[in-house]
Design a protein around this ligand. Structure first.
Ligand SMILES: *[C@@H]1O[C@H](CO)[C@@H](O)[C@H](O)[C@H]1NC(C)=O
Ligand SMILES: *[C@@H]1O[C@H](CO)[C@@H](O)[C@H](O)[C@H]1NC(C)=O
Ligand SMILES: *[C@@H]1O[C@H](CO)[C@@H](O)[C@H](O)[C@H]1NC(C)=O
Ligand SMILES: *[C@@H]1O[C@H](CO)[C@@H](O)[C@H](O)[C@H]1NC(C)=O
Ligand SMILES: *[C@@H]1O[C@H](CO)[C@@H](O)[C@H](O)[C@H]1NC(C)=O
Length: 439
């Protein structure tokens, strides 16, 4: 029993995104080792009992063929040795705590409340926008992002500085690049979408940002709000006090919070490169938005749409891609209509397209901060589904879609977080949702 509990503790530990600055060195890549020294000068804080440096390749087996995608069997292409953290410890060096835990010894559990954006007081909204401004302008201390001229040529790989917010954006972009399988890019396959990993992957991505903002500001109560778009006639949070109004071209009002935000990884959506101008701000597009302007996405999803997808009791169904029928995941993601049987743009996808501009360019969509409020609501629906069906990691289907297997590590998070271990109530990860009646 003790062994079992310890194992569970590993499954639920928190994660960080790639690439840890201290592990983006030639030496680290050469030795395929990312086991940084913690404060006690031991790898993964092993002397203090925080974790240990471990070779994972024996567990994964020999799966990576030559000339293949660098993200396959994450993070093996880069590192075979990474930290395994004990108990409540987590992070790439076991220097952090698993989600929902705080303190030097990570023994203080805390559950934060994610509320509707309009449920916040004026002061709380001000604080939120100043935190986001800080996250957008503060260079990440711990992480760098990968920029390449050509994915096939290792010598063009550069690891460059980015702000905390931009590291978050890059993670979505990176995991969404077409997967290279046997020398061919498959645009229908990526590590975060069009498969069962979708809800859990986005949950981790938001948790990453939420945690980083908590650490940056020292505000342990910080929680990402959500935008309940059900039944909205237009984007009612697109006001200058909140997300900003826009003109007919999609340009945000210069007197709103995000009008000067630049979109990292914008402009060059070629399959054979990763974010080539990640450190060249002059070449980046501005964040822009055009809610309601797309003729084939004239409205936001309804209350009934959300009720209907919650009736789908299977988490996902074969063939585990964007053609899955009677699949909660595919209906939530929005390739499947809420009726469960018609393949039609809906829910999550519909909101992206409805909002237009940066949000409708899915790989770079998280550059628009409305992404985090949208995905927080998508995650709230996921949490409601988990509660309704008392779902658990065993609800995650066996499947062989690249990167979406139950035991595959979510890309590019690290240390490993298995896809199936993300099916839990939000409370498990230290947050919960308010029930706020917008209307
Ligand atoms: C990890 O273990 C495998 C199998 O024993 C071995 O081939 C590999 O060299 C090890 N990796 C490192 C970085 O030590
Ligand atoms: C982990 O955190 C819990 C609180 O959630 C605490 O009760 C427990 O003692 C901690 N475990 C360790 C090993 O510190
Ligand atoms: C890749 O090619 C190898 C050898 O030709 C083949 O065995 C394998 O099934 C292919 N994999 C995929 C995913 O197509
Ligand atoms: C959205 O619609 C409401 C009601 O028609 C209106 O009061 C509001 O100004 C509109 N907001 C925007 C941003 O168009
Ligand atoms: C989804 O899977 C089916 C069955 O394997 C396949 O025929 C179809 O091409 C896949 N769709 C996409 C978009 O990859």
């Amino acid at each position: 029993m003790v062994v079992f509990l310890v194992f569970l503790a590993f499954c639920l530990s928190a994660v960080d995104g790639q690439f840890p600055r201290v592990c983006s060195t030639e030496a680290a890549f050469h030795t395929k080792t990312c086991c940084p020294l913690w404060k006690d000068k031991s790898p993964c804080g092993s002397l203090s009992g925080r974790g240990r440096c471990r070779n994972w390749s024996t567990l994964h087996g020999n799966k990576i063929p030559l000339n293949s995608d660098d993200r396959l069997d994450w993070p093996r292409y880069y590192y075979e040795n990474t930290c395994e953290c004990h108990g409540n410890y987590s992070g790439f060096d076991c220097g952090d705590c698993k989600f929902g835990h705080h303190g030097e010894k990570c023994d203080r559990k805390k559950v934060v409340l994610r509320r509707e954006l309009r449920e916040l007081t004026f002061l709380e909204q001000k604080r939120l926008f100043s935190y986001l401004a800080l996250a957008k302008t503060t260079k990440s201390r711990d992480f760098v992002v990968l920029s390449t001229g050509d994915r096939f040529h290792r010598e063009t790989y550069r690891f460059v500085d980015a702000s905390l917010y931009d590291v978050f954006v890059w993670m979505h972009y990176y995991s969404m690049k077409a997967i290279l399988v046997n020398g061919t890019f498959n645009p229908n396959k990526n590590f975060a979408h069009q498969g069962p990993a979708f809800p859990g992957w986005h949950r981790l991505n938001l948790l990453f940002l939420e945690r980083q903002i908590q650490l940056m500001t020292g505000d342990e109560d910080f929680a990402i709000p959500y935008y309940d778009w059900r039944g909205e006639k237009n984007c009612s949070i697109c006001t200058d006090e909140l997300l900003g109004t826009n003109d007919a071209q999609g340009v945000l009002n210069p007197y709103s919070h995000f009008s000067f935000w630049k979109a990292i990884c914008s402009g060059f959506n070629f399959p054979d490169e990763y974010c080539p101008l990640a450190d060249y701000e002059q070449k980046m597009e501005r964040v822009h938005r055009k809610p309601g302007a797309t003729p084939y996405a004239p409205n936001l999803p309804s209350f009934q749409d959300v009720e209907n997808i919650l009736k789908l009791s299977s988490f996902d169904t074969p063939p585990y891609n964007d053609t899955s029928l009677l699949s909660f995941r595919n209906a939530l993601e929005g390739f499947l209509s809420p009726d469960g049987v018609t393949l039609k743009r809906s829910l999550h996808n519909l909101v992206h397209i409805y909002l237009g501009g940066t949000m409708s360019q899915i790989p770079i969509s998280s550059n628009d901060p409305i992404f985090i409020f949208h995905h927080s609501f998508v995650d709230k629906i996921f949490d409601a589904w988990v509660a309704r069906y008392d779902a658990s990691p065993s609800s995650y289907p066996d499947n062989s879609e690249t990167g979406h297997g139950p035991d595959d590590c979510a890309t590019p998070f690290f240390p490993c977080f298995k896809n199936r271990d993300l099916i839990h109530r939000a409370m498990t990860f230290g947050y919960q949702y308010s029930s706020f009646p917008v209307k």
